[in-house]
Design a protein around this ligand. Structure first.
Ligand SMILES: C[S@@+](CC[C@H](N)C(=O)[O-])C[C@H]1O[C@@H](n2cnc3c(N)ncnc32)[C@H](O)[C@@H]1O
Length: 251
């Protein structure tokens, strides 16, 4: 994991403003990078993570082993009622998960239920429609970015690549009280680290969609785009930027 990947998780920890020894829940914790950031900063915090991928939770258990304050990771579907009592956590975070939910406001309602009064929610998501890529030229870069934004990958029940910008409005439609919404921007002039992983994930998603006959960009076009980006990087013309929207709210 690169520094810019790490940095967003530290930013989420700052935004949560967890009190010493508090309890935090990460909804869709995956392999646990955000909980690991909490563990570094709050050694006494009780860490709770929910995800429906048992394999990711297993990786998270390894990452978080030895945390003093205690860790509880459990398989759960965020589309339903959370397996927690009312008012039991001080902070709730979710990063890059809500695009997968058909009814994200229902999850916000559940977050409001499990937060203690005054507890903070930190809701963050990359807005994929904000991807800025310079590499293959206007038309192909645009088509690839838009196709990726609108793609629903096999592990998703639902996909909304524009959910980042919608988060403030979704919070306003929920029982949570909106505090602020700020952008978190990462950028790179090199096709390495996070930028290389993002480009590779776009390539794999579009090729997989094309192979299943539901792609908006053909495999040869995606491969031409990928090669053009490699050349642009060699010629120092490559640029990638993406924006996550980070919303804080109160119960
Ligand atoms: C892009 S990953 C982000 C994981 C983690 N938050 C991170 O920052 O690395 C999305 C995660 O959401 C989980 N997920 C998607 N839909 C879910 C659902 N309905 N219930 C529970 N977890 C879900 C996936 O299993 C995956 O771990």
């Amino acid at each position: 994991m690169s520094d810019i990947d790490e940095a967003i998780h530290d930013f989420l920890v700052d935004a949560a403003a967890l009190r010493s020894g508090g309890r935090v829940i990460d909804l869709g914790c995956g392999k646990g990078p955000t909980l690991a950031a909490f563990a570094r900063r709050h050694p006494q915090a009780r860490l709770i993570g929910l995800d429906r991928s048992a394999a990711s939770l297993m990786a998270g258990k390894g990452l978080l082993s030895g945390h003093q304050g205690g860790v509880a990771l459990a398989v759960a579907d965020l589309a339903g009622r959370l397996p927690l009592p009312d008012r039991c956590v001080d902070a709730a975070v979710t990063y890059n998960v809500m695009e997968c939910l058909a009814d994200p406001v229902a999850l916000l309602g559940e977050i409001a239920r499990v937060l203690r009064p005054g507890g903070r929610a930190v809701l963050a998501h990359v807005d994929f429609d904000s991807l800025v890529i310079a590499g293959a030229g206007r038309d192909l870069d645009r088509r690839v970015c838009h196709a990726f934004t609108d793609d629903r990958q096999p592990w998703m029940d639902h996909a909304d690549g524009r959910i980042g910008r919608k988060l403030p409005g979704l919070v306003s439609a929920s029982p949570l009280i909106l505090e602020r919404a700020v952008p978190w921007v990462v950028s790179s002039t090199e096709l390495t680290g996070h930028a290389a992983r993002r480009v590779e994930s776009i390539r794999q998603a579009l090729n997989s969609a094309a192979d299943k006959g539901r792609g908006r960009v053909s495999r040869p076009e995606t491969e031409a785009w990928y090669q053009a980006l490699q050349l642009a990087a060699e010629q120092e013309r490559f640029f990638l930027a993406e924006t996550a929207v980070v919303v804080t709210a109160r119960a």
